[in-house]
Design a protein around this ligand. Structure first.
Ligand code: PA5
Length: 447
């Protein structure tokens, strides 16, 4: 099944003529993307990845995953932003957010180097004690502070535990093909390396070794994931007509809603396994569109959990919101609500019902309530939580993001704003070369 847009809960906010009127802008955006004539056109490698992926690299990824599965109780994946979110989203979506706690014949997968937390690092080190560990350090630039610190720590742990030779068998590096210092260092140390292609930016990289190696280590069928992405590519690259292209339509709808003052989009999932997909999506859309004083602010919730926290705001707060709901049709399992003779909670009217049908009813009830509260809802229907569907969804969101960014009038492939905090941090930490900036900042903060 292809991804479908159910427009029932957005159509009351957007007229048919408005959709017709945005088609020319969508056509221009689509042409820019397909012809490579738009801003950021040196970062379009993701567009054809599922079709043109380096077969030899894929074979090496699978072979490395088999070795990791054999040799490790724990795989520590070190990376930040686009260098970790996609893999984590895939493992939680396809396997489980409780993957590490499940009985399985694949290693636990933990993520490090995506924060600067003493607690997170020391706790993970203690989890690794007495267990066999492999690491996959992922950094396109090779110089990002957070993963670089974690890499230092885990490289030392492996070297102390297994010796230089033993550690070499357990360190896998995913980085730039030839430019970065991490590549040079890894070649000298003779670590096995995988490539982040030059023309694929971090947040568009989950279908490269960045995502594929950790995902394969968790026992997920990466061929199925790539097949889903490949089918989505065939579908979305065929035509820019809104009625035939769900990705272009999603991009058009969100830009129309922005034009009506709906400047915050909330991605909604009705199951905790969608939480990290939300995080991946937020980075994709936030970094791609939030620039030049433009953009839709990407937020996310998991319902029904967050109906008991953010639900109040969404129903009644500032009316600058719209929601995009991911409706997963088949959960692949059924759980029936038990009967309780005492009926203390008064819920016997749903005993014997499938829990999922109650969840679906909660979704329907919420869609109606939020519509009544003035919140448009775009519903994206996907078949199930398989690797294939995940691949489809990744390509859908990537393609729509590029189109949406071009309709908005930004370069969807750069992230100049990310540098601001880094420069300040380096200056305040005393990095050589930043002396003047350090003095200026310290004067500003009265130090
Ligand atoms: O999307 C992006 O480009 C960023 O989020 C990067 O993925 C993130 O900053 C990590 O960069 P790197 O892979 O160079 O360590």
């Amino acid at each position: 099944m292809s991804i479908k847009i159910n427009e029932k809960f957005v159509s009351g906010f957007i007229g048919a003529d408005e959709l017709k009127n945005i088609q020319p802008a969508a056509d221009i955006a689509y042409d820019k993307l397909m012809s490579g004539s738009g801003a950021g056109n040196d970062f379009l490698g993701w567009r054809d990845l599922p079709e043109c992926y380096d077969k030899e690299e894929l074979v090496r990824i699978k072979a490395a995953a088999e070795r990791i599965k054999k040799n490790a109780d724990v795989l520590v994946v070190i990376g930040i932003g686009g260098s970790y979110l996609g893999a984590r989203a895939a493992i939680e979506f396809i396997k489980s957010p409780l993957y590490n706690n499940l009985k399985k014949d694949t290693p636990d997968v933990y993520f490090a180097g995506n924060n600067i937390s003493t607690t997170a690092l020391t706790e993970l080190l203690s989890i690794c004690e007495g267990r066999d560990v492999c690491i996959n350090v992922i950094s396109k630039s090779g110089t990002t502070t957070e993963p670089a610190i974690a890499f230092r720590v885990f490289k030392k742990l492996l070297t102390d535990k297994y010796g230089v030779e033993g550690a070499r068998e357990r360190i896998f590096v995913t980085t730039d093909k030839c430019r970065g210092t991490l590549k040079q260092f890894s070649d000298e140390a003779r670590y096995e390396t995988f490539v982040v292609p030059d023309d694929v930016g971090g947040r568009y990289s989950v279908l490269t070794a960045v995502g594929l190696l950790p995902i394969a280590c968790a026992g997920i069928d990466v061929d199925e994931m790539l097949r889903g992405a490949r089918d989505a590519r065939s579908e979305y690259t065929a035509s820019s007509a809104l009625e035939n292209n769900a990705a272009v339509k999603y991009a058009a709808l969100r830009n129309l809603l922005l034009g009506k003052g709906k400047s915050t989009e909330i991605l909604v999932g009705y199951d905790p396994y969608l939480l990290m997909l939300n995080e991946w999506w937020k980075q994709l859309y936030g970094e791609s569109e939030g620039k030049d004083n433009k953009g839709i602010f990407p937020a996310s919730v998991i319902f029904s959990t967050d109906l008991h926290s953010l639900g109040q705001y969404i129903q009644d707060g500032q009316r600058n919101l719209f929601e995009t709901v991911i409706d997963v049709k088949d959960q692949g399992a059924e759980f029936l609500i038990p009967h309780d003779p005492a009926n203390v909670d008064g819920l016997n009217f749903i005993s014997g019902k499938a829990l999922d049908s109650v969840n679906s009813t909660a979704m329907l009830a919420t869609l109606i309530a939020h519509n009544d509260g003035g919140v448009p809802n775009i519903v994206l229907e996907i078949a199930d939580k398989s690797a294939y569907s995940f691949g489809q969804l990744v390509y859908f969101f990537e393609f729509a993001c590029a189109i949406s960014g071009y309709i908005l009038g930004v370069n969807p492939f750069d992230q100049p704003g990310v540098e601001a905090y880094k420069k300040n941090m380096f200056a305040l930490l005393g990095k050589p070369g930043y002396e003047n900036m350090k003095a200026a900042l310290e004067e500003r903060i009265g130090k």
